[in-house]
Design a protein around this ligand. Structure first.
Ligand code: AMP
Ligand code: GLY
Length: 467
């Protein structure tokens, strides 16, 4: 019998999850699916926005408030869900997994209490310190504005100012980078955040490691580098992430294999201390002169990082989920040795003053044809089926209405290039953007370009005293 899988969330990350449930992109590119595969998953989806990409893959798509656990449960019961996958953090914080579990439905995601590793940054830092998890920067937590401001005055060095609760990745201000100490104090005083974490500013290059976790087992994916800042050259405000890349190896070009392994061991220590955690654990690291340090943990796939990782996952995603649910050993994960570059097109003004309501023209089929055309015109690949390239389009926070697809105030569509090298993947992503159309949207074209990747390599070499 087919599994009835309920996918919760309507962004680019969830579109990538929906595709992975249909069968991994890499596998689909190299072999055609057999008839018998088709019966394995009946996908049902719910989100606040109608994501056209997910809606097309799903048997049914319901628009509902995903932070309302009762509403999600009702829908899950109505469609006879045998499994659920939660994409975003807000439903985790709201207790959707707890509610589904009460209904006897296994959800791949942590319960609200365990999701605090993401949803409460003060808890997260204290947890790391109490359990001696390596890679934790110096930190203090505050619920009093004056005490926090005094600490900023007295601290010898720069600090990162972090609201303890969820802010969609946009709440952190780093002194000495984005703000001065005075601006930092004004930010703390004027904000209505009731709890603040102040921690040592980490200097280095950021990277993400995502892991599938169940019953104490940890299966990690290749590292990814996201780009938080809104504008090219890492300028402007922090966003949810403007785009990201991964390499054909597990580590990124500015990392050594042992940097990657050190990050994995930090994640394993965290999972051991968390006891009973299930779902995706996302470790965000800063590769400093002293090695990887933890910037934060998330209790879910990254967005955009899921769009780098899931297209190259060759192991059946469904197999991971059913093993976790059934208490079986998680399968070892296979990834295609291919690089990926993801670029988001976001509404003009995002994230501070985003203009919603623009019509989105992009369609999946025309983007999918891009890579093949690229390969053919270069003449280097004789057999397009063996071409190293794929171009993918993911819909994010857009809304499908009767007369078309419209932007909301958040990230709109993402393109992903998959190829043998980061450079080739980047070129495919750019070709895909041209076909998808960027009118009224903003893109960071520098993501994944050789210059920017080289800057990351130079930065780490400099920190390590190798230049
Ligand atoms: P977060 O919401 O914790 O992911 O933080 C958002 C961004 O703020 C990160 O991607 C980093 O660029 C930056 N950041 C957070 N914590 C630190 C830190 N301790 N030192 C330097 N930058 C940081
Ligand atoms: N890309 C950052 C996040 O998903 O939190």
């Amino acid at each position: 019998m087919a599994e009835h899988v309920l996918l919760i969330g309507g962004g680019g990350r969830e579109h990538a999850i929906a595709r992975a449930l249909e069968g991994s992109e890499a596998r689909r590119a190299s072999s055609s699916r057999t008839e018998s595969d088709d019966g394995e998953v009946d996908l049902y989806a719910c989100a606040g926005n109608r994501n056209p990409g997910i809606a097309r893959l799903a048997t049914e798509f319901e628009t509902l408030e995903t932070t309302n656990p009762k509403a999600v449960r009702e829908y899950a019961e109505a469609v006879g869900a045998t499994l659920a996958v939660v994409g975003p953090e807000a439903p985790l914080e709201a207790g959707v997994v707890d509610e589904l579990e009460d209904a006897g439905i296994y959800a791949f995601g942590p319960k609200a209490e365990e999701a605090r590793i993401e949803t409460d940054k003060a808890f997260q830092r204290r947890f790391m310190a109490e359990h001696d998890v390596p890679g934790c920067p110096d930190f203090e937590t505050f619920d009093d504005v004056d005490a926090a401001c005094d600490y900023i005055d007295e601290y010898d060095g720069d600090l990162a100012i972090k609201p303890a609760g969820l802010t969609g990745g946009k709440g952190v201000k780093v002194i000495g980078d984005q703000v001065t100490a005075e601006e930092g104090k004004a930010y703390v005083s004027e904000s209505d955040y009731d709890r603040i974490v102040l921690e040592e500013r980490l200097v280095g290059e950021e990277f993400t490691v995502q892991a599938f976790v169940a019953d104490g087992e940890v299966r990690t994916a290749p590292a990814v580098q996201d780009h938080k800042r809104a504008y090219e050259g890492d300028e402007g405000p922090n966003t949810g992430g403007m785009g990201s890349y991964s390499d054909a190896a597990f580590e990124l070009p500015f990392m050594t294999e042992s940097d990657y392994e050190e990050a994995v061991s930090i994640m394993e220590a965290t999972v051991e201390a968390l006891e009973g955690y299930r779902g995706v654990l996302y470790g965000q690291f800063m590769l400093t002169a002293e090695g990887p340090k933890v910037i934060e943990f998330n209790a879910r796939f990254g967005d955009p990082e899921a769009m780098n990782t899931l297209p190259v996952l060759e192991t059946e995603f469904l197999e991971v989920l059913t093993a976790a649910r059934d208490g079986e050993k998680l399968p070892e994960l296979e990834f295609a040795s291919q690089a990926t570059v993801c670029k988001y097109a976001v509404p003009e003004g995002y994230p501070t003053d985003p203009k919603a309501g623009a019509k989105v023209q992009a369609d999946e089929e025309s983007v999918a044809r891009v890579a093949r055309a690229t390969e053919n015109s270069s003449g280097e690949q004789s057999d397009p089926r063996e071409s190293a390239g794929d171009a993918l389009l993911y819909y994010a926070s857009v809304d499908e209405r009767d007369d078309g697809i419209y932007t909301t105030t958040s990230r709109a569509v993402a393109v992903v290039g998959v190829a043998d090298s980061i450079t080739a993947a980047e070129e495919i992503a750019e070709d895909a953007l041209e076909v998808a159309g960027e009118e009224g949207l903003h893109v960071r074209h520098d993501i994944g370009k050789p210059d920017l990747v080289q800057q990351r390599i130079d930065h780490v070499e400099e920190l390590r005293g190798e230049r």
